[in-house]
Design a protein around this ligand. Structure first.
Ligand SMILES: [Zn+2]
Ligand SMILES: [Zn+2]
Ligand SMILES: [Zn+2]
Length: 137
């Protein structure tokens, strides 16, 4: 079975052309993709609304997670297989390379525990480290 098909099946998602197409873009790239990266690749076949909707479904279901990039822009990356529709289970560090511009998940590197002052409650933690990646170092 193709990887795309297996993921859709695992997450109980109906197979549609747009879902398969977007998933295969994520599977092809080892780094996080922005909306415009995706759009660039499949703009001819799918309209903006379809791409947005597909991404939203993927995030809701735990297929991909949001990656906060520098400048506040948003990217998306595939989740490891622990994620589900009820919870995203990774608090890993993201790394942005200033040379190639790629942002990737460092799945093995956990965000350190952060003590918050009284009255503050964390809902989401993002940690982006910027520098030079393995390839560019
Ligand atoms: Zn996730
Ligand atoms: Zn790099
Ligand atoms: Zn990640």
């Amino acid at each position: 079975m193709k990887a795309e098909q297996k993921i859709l099946q695992d997450f109980d998602l109906r197979k549609t052309n747009s879902r398969t197409a977007i998933l295969s873009l994520f599977l092809k790239k080892p780094f996080a993709l922005s909306y415009s990266d995706l759009e660039e690749q499949i703009a001819e076949d799918y309209d903006r609304v379809t791409v947005y909707r597909t991404l939203k479904t993927f995030v809701d279901k735990g297929v991909v997670h949001k990656v906060l990039d520098d400048g506040g822009s948003l990217k998306y990356a595939l989740c490891n297989d622990l994620c589900s529709s009820s919870a995203h289970h990774h608090e890993h560090v993201h790394f942005k390379c200033s040379v190639c511009g790629e942002t990737s998940c460092l799945d093995q590197v956990n965000i350190p525990q952060v003590e918050l002052p009284r009255g503050y409650e964390a809902r989401e933690i993002n940690l982006l480290i910027q520098g030079k990646c393995q390839k560019c170092a």
